[in-house]
Design a protein around this ligand. Sequence first.
Ligand code: SAM
Length: 239
Amino acid sequence: MKFDVLTLFPEMLTAYLQQGVLGRAVKRGLVDVNLINIRDFAKGTHKTTDDRPYGGGEGMVMKPGPIYRALKSVERVDGRSPVILLSPQGKLFDQSIAWEMSGWDQLILICGRYEGVDERIKLTCTHMELSIGDYVLSGGELGAMVIVDAVSRLIPGVLGSERSNLEDSFEDGLLEYPQYTRPRMFQDKEVPEILLSGNHEKIRVWRREESLKRTLEKRPDLLKQAKLAPEDKAILAEL
Ligand code: SAM
């Protein structure tokens, strides 16, 4: 999968792309992240990428020309490669969108800065606006990395074990059960006995119950969409 990220600050992203799961995926060629500096496509001696807003008001707006030229420079895997504008006004990015995107060959992400990008970029060059939450960040770079990371994890082979993301939170509409590792006792809190029992069926049932319990406590809204078996419904009824 190829990600093309258009940004004024590519250096902000390089460290994140070199480490951990994502770093390994890039090294193994499972994911290709191409950082494009929008400033390289600005004209004039000052390479200006922003200007004052028409109609007056605070702040600066990203000029459409440099972004347009940067977009044109991107090598398209096919004619339909989606262009996504990071924006607090966009559709909320979530795990189901990440799954959908993980099947695509290419994703082109535009990171805004200042007061945002000239509206005509949205109108003429982008397929979708995505937000990573109901708050305003200084730029789209964190959002782009959230998308690159969440989508890459779902690409076959990126995680060590093919199964390891299937039990993550949101995968079946529930939050994941609690995880423990050594030591057995920490700050007077012991690892639940059942996890030491070696009884895989009992552990599976306990984990499912914990998953349902914490989803009910922390994110009851998720239960409306979750795929629940009759035994899950029985557990919830008891809870
Ligand atoms: N003036 C804009 C508004 O009120 O909608 C906010 C601009 S924000 C300061 C600058 C850039 O950060 C945006 O163009 C966008 O690319 C990015 N950004 C800010 N918050 C975001 C969010 N929640 N999700 C995705 N991108 C965000």
